[in-house]
Design a protein around this ligand. Structure first.
Ligand code: GDP
Ligand code: IMO
Ligand code: MG
Length: 425
């Protein structure tokens, strides 16, 4: 079976969870490769809504193995709450495995996330406050604590004491915050380690063997292409690589094992947190999209900023991810909005027009979207059961997106449910 990577191609929240859940009905293995509980992936099944932060969105299928790769950062308290919550709803989580190399989000990471955001003042990033950036900083600096350490009490206690000495100096002397109690952390987190130790397994080996033996393997991206640390809207990004390349480093599987890369987007654009957003609508239409699309963050509940579909961003995503197909969600939300606009290029401050997403914020500043207007549609499409059933005006919109993005659209979403996903042959 072909191995598939599913990535977000805008600023996150494109509906990756839904697509993964749908594809997972045919998958043997689902693997997460980066990010942490900054992610919030919604899956709706049988009238039930599941909000997953760290556990792969294949977990609703009891036979599907769900693997958390070495590139993910794990808040042990959060993953245990997630496991307990799923178990209480009859989902056993027996097939969950976590790589021992994955780094642990510790209390000082959460404290430092919030203190550094405060210190940035008006220049804050608008992080989720989950300690993601500081945890990846320690990983890069080679002082992080990994899942293996967490589950080995002696190693763990020593590492916490060492880290706390340094982190407390930073918290108190640099930021004027309150110091953390190393011994209390050791006591609390050692218990988490005991509960999580049974889940540890080498995800690189498991994923490799699954790919090699022809199993159906899905790699689940978190965040989105424009939040990528390298090719996103730096510094208004997350601290990992949500693009398809991040799958290899974040799971320990080589690129030759990946067959397909599916990009997930919305039929419009949203962003939560700060940073540039060329097609943002700060008007009634933007508010209408927010209300109709329930555009409020899955993780933090913050209202999402909304705007028109941006093909400059999409073409950037097609290139940097090597997309083989696109899934476009939330077409239903655009019903009744009036005539629709899609951004096809940016006009630069010197008057020239570009179809490439600028590499820096400085180059992006002053760029204005060049729009094409397309007829809207008023029909309720949420009950459509096949692509052929969609009104012609909807199909025209989808066809237009395919044309300007330069990538085949294989799926269209007309609602949050599993059955509201229309495949295009
Ligand atoms: P993710 O982070 O990419 O998994 O996306 P989120 O779960 O954070 O946000 C997407 C939201 O849109 C969720 O509430 C989904 O249930 C919902 N959703 C996904 N696809 C569709 C769709 O086609 N139509 C509608 N109306 N909602 C959708
Ligand atoms: P999913 O997987 C949308 C955004 C935050 C902030 C920036 C940095 O659900 O699509 P961080 O806490 O990561 O340091 O915050 O990244 N962000 C997301 N936005 N969806 C996400 O995940 C996000 N994860 C992080 O809002 O702007
Ligand atoms: Mg989300």
């Amino acid at each position: 079976m072909p191995t598939k990577v599913v990535v977000g191609v805008q600023w996150g929240d494109e509906g990756k969870g839904k697509i993964i859940d749908i594809l997972a009905s045919r998958a043997d293995v689902v693997v997460r490769s980066q990010g942490g509980n900054n992610a919030g992936h919604t899956v709706e099944s049988g009238g039930e809504v599941y909000k997953l932060h760290l556990i792969p969105s294949g977990i609703l299928y009891p036979e599907t193995a769900c693997l958390v790769g070495c590139g993910v950062v794990i808040d042990p308290k959060v993953i245990l709450e997630e496991i307990d919550g799923l178990k209480a709803r009859g989902i056993p989580c027996n097939n969950l495995r976590i790589d021992p190399r994955a780094h642990v989000i510790m209390p000082w990471h959460i404290v430092l996330d919030s203190l550094s955001e405060k210190m940035r003042g008006k220049g804050d990033i608008g992080t989720t406050g989950r300690g993601i950036g500081p945890c990846y900083m320690d990983k890069s600096e080679r002082s992080g604590i990994r899942m293996y350490d967490l589950t080995h009490p002696d190693i763990f206690a020593e590492k916490v004491r060492t880290a706390c000495t340094v982190k407390n100096l930073i918290i108190t002397k640099v930021y004027g915050g309150s110091p953390l109690d190393a011994e209390a952390i050791i006591k609390e987190y050692t218990e988490y380690g005991k509960r999580l130790s049974g889940y540890l397994a080498d995800v690189s080996v498991l994923a490799f063997e699954a790919c090699k033996s022809g199993k159906n393997v899905l790699f689940e991206g978190a965040q989105g292409t424009l939040l990528d640390l390298d090719v996103g809207t730096y510094p208004y990004v997350t601290s990992s690589n949500p693009i398809s390349g991040g799958v290899c480093t974040g799971t320990g599987v080589g690129p030759t094992l990946i067959d397909e890369v599916i990009g997930v987007c919305k039929a419009y654009t949203t962003r939560v947190g700060k940073g540039p957003f060329p097609t943002e609508l700060e008007d009634e239409t933007g508010e209408l999209i927010r209300q109709r699309g329930h555009e409020f963050g899955t993780t933090t509940g913050r209202p999402r900023r909304t705007g028109w579909f941006d093909a400059v961003i999409l073409r950037h995503a097609v290139r940097v991810n090597g997309l083989t197909a696109l899934a476009v969600n939330k077409l239903d939300t655009l019903s009744g909005i009036g005539s629709l606009k899609v951004c096809v290029a940016y006009k630069k401050p010197d008057g020239t027009v570009t179809s490439d997403f600028p590499a820096t914020l400085e180059e992006l500043a002053g760029c204005e979207p060049v729009y094409e207007e397309i007829a809207g549609f008023d029909d309720d499409i949420s009950g459509c059961k096949s692509y052929a059933e969609l009104p012609q005006s909807c199909k025209d919109y989808v066809q237009k997106l395919e044309e300007i993005c330069g990538c085949p659209i294989k799926m269209v979403g007309v609602g949050p449910g599993r059955e509201q996903n229309l495949e295009i042959e």
